[in-house]
Design a protein around this ligand. Sequence first.
Ligand code: PLP
Ligand code: COI
Length: 344
Amino acid sequence: MTMSVNIDWNNLGFAYMDLPYRWRAYWKDGEWYKEGLEEGKTFPIAEGAPALHYGQEAFEGLKAYRRKDGQIQLFRPDQNAKRMANSAERMLMPAYPEEKFVEAVVKTVQANADYVPPYGSGASMYIRPLLIGVGDNIGVSPAKEYIFTIFTMPVGPYYRDGLAPMPFVTSKYDRAAPYGTGASKVGGNYGGSLLPGEKAKKAGYGDVVYLDPATHTKIEEVGSANFYGIEKDTNKFVTPKSPSILPSITKYSIIHLAKERLGLEVEEGDVYVDELDRFAEAGAMGTAAVISPVSRIDHGDRSYKFYSDKEVGPITQKLYDELVGIQYGDIEAPEGWIVEVPEK
Ligand code: PLP
Ligand code: COI
């Protein structure tokens, strides 16, 4: 495959890039119309659009990977389609039909295929589907018109140091309420996380660890990823269970791999912050974060240290190799996890 674009693939961060094509679809009077690829990163919306005022919107994040043989593949796009439909339901929006969603992702990646980073660069193509309520409105009521779009860009590691361990810190702020929208991928959860996220980054931390909003005693999740710990002695993979965290597709994939391929015991349950000493390793997992090891979590005047602040723990490394091996097509995937993107 000859690349016709001039990009330093090995040094990409997680940053916006304006690629030639994006998918757009418009909804009015109960149906989707004008669905297809468009050029141009901007589009006009009405000043009263409920997405702008009342956060009536939902988004997704998934990736396309280039295999050693040059073929491009997607990792579990049907799961993103399903989660976006759930988010849309919570926000009283019409979902983009799940099969059409996957097909639209395929077509958008295919149209921008020159920008899918080469195998071996460690980079991938990030795909951002977005659904917004638009049209004239002022009261707190759902939109009568919607726009669905999918745009893409090549990205490198989300966290500054990629697979190098980073310190995280707990926050006195919450990202979601007990019966709020924490389990949906909607903008409001992230708007409220900007302030604690910025404070943490300025203090040298990789990200914020949120605690459960009802009691502030249990780990909830990380700003942009779910959390796991590997229990000392048992090597059990432990990850929080909560109705107010985002159901991470990466997490459920890793749970499957931990059980089926690594033979680990897995527990989704309560992770009390004052019991963090039970873990030998800890990490964050998500589409953008992939698997990012956590070196320590600071909580008030306590500091909980994990495997190392320089090296990756052995179980974290095994999980990473298995997951990333599947995503880049080096290791056989469980059935139904991979969707190939045909050449134009
Ligand atoms: N939690 C939050 C708050 C996120 O933003 C993300 C990223 O999408 C995740 C968890 C991980 O989810 P996934 O593995 O589906 O990307
Ligand atoms: C993702 O991993 O897709 C995320 O959404 C994380 C962040 C970029 C919001």
